[in-house]
Design a protein around this ligand. Sequence first.
Ligand code: SAM
Ligand code: DTB
Ligand code: SF4
Length: 334
Amino acid sequence: MTASPRDDALPRHDWTLAEVEALFDLPFAELIFRAMSVHRRWFDPTEVQMCQLLSVKTGGCAENCGYCSQSAHFDTGLAASRLMDAEAVIADAARAKAGGAQRFCMGAAWRDLKDRDVPKVAAMISGVKALGLETCATLGMLTPPQAKALREAGLDYYNHNLDTGPDYYETVVTTRTYQERLDTLGHVRDAGIAVCCGGIVGMGEARRDRAGLLHQLATLPKHPESVPINGLVPIAGTPLGDLIRAEGQLDGLEFVRTVAVARLVCPKSMVRLSAGREGMSRELQALCLTAGANSIFVGGKLLTTPLPGESEDQRLFRDLGLRPMTSPEPALAG
Ligand code: SAM
Ligand code: DTB
Ligand code: SF4
């Protein structure tokens, strides 16, 4: 009996690092062609999901993530603020919905969620959910009971990034381990919350580290339903921001390769073109949205850094023949 040819669009969890690196090494057009083909198997390629972020607690964070404007370890000139009131968050979410956002993500500059803050965060989540938005939060590490409480409040997604491959990780952050991040992802899964997990490209890492990050995601027991690919926003005063300001940013084509490989190894996931869009040309964004990215952040601002404006995004969508996503997400269908 002859073996049937493997279907490249079916999710796999047995990727080897060498296989992921081999995808990165493909001729550019071959890689993009494969990613486009897989994208069409699971999604309408003319649809792009619109997500909006709000920093509900800014700055003063105890972690030392070497890229972050919000770490208390570095002087980035950012003013810290307290946790916002739920009413103000819900009012911002209502504006986001009116502007066309489908998912609303609440971010806090915390190492971990404290039990005392759970009721206030739960009120934000249930209020945003009641507006008819998909809810997402990114609040640092969670315990299993906290994850359960957030789910009960109506949390659809939790964002917690691995940031980079395991070998480059300690160059990026030393105040929490890779395993601690994986543990939080497990608690989120166990609570029945969809996982949003990705990383940052262009922090001085090697191609092998980018492959290492995607290999980790592709070999999780279940692929993250959302995979954000962030381009480093180089913040002055942070170790990695200063390094990249001195050495120059990663080549845009390598960023596109990372997006395409993410599409190939997590075929049914939303691949989000996340931070870094503000510094990209329209042409580079178009390549990313062609190579399999199908989700973006909108609303003028990420957490502490700017995004392209609404009119620029509308022009980009018009010129590329794209429209806001209305179809259900395949990864949530099982
Ligand atoms: N404190 C929480 C945490 O780290 O999980 C939530 C907020 S944190 C700012 C969310 C994610 O934003 C980080 O994991 C990182 O991947 C991304 N991020 C932060 N600063 C960035 C920058 N300067 N450039 C690109 N991505 C960045
Ligand atoms: C993610 O991966 N990217 C978003 C979201 N998850 C929370 C955050 C990007 C932050 C970029 C830097 C800033 O605006 O502070
Ligand atoms: Fe804190 Fe998150 Fe920034 Fe790290 S990325 S310093 S955990 S806010």
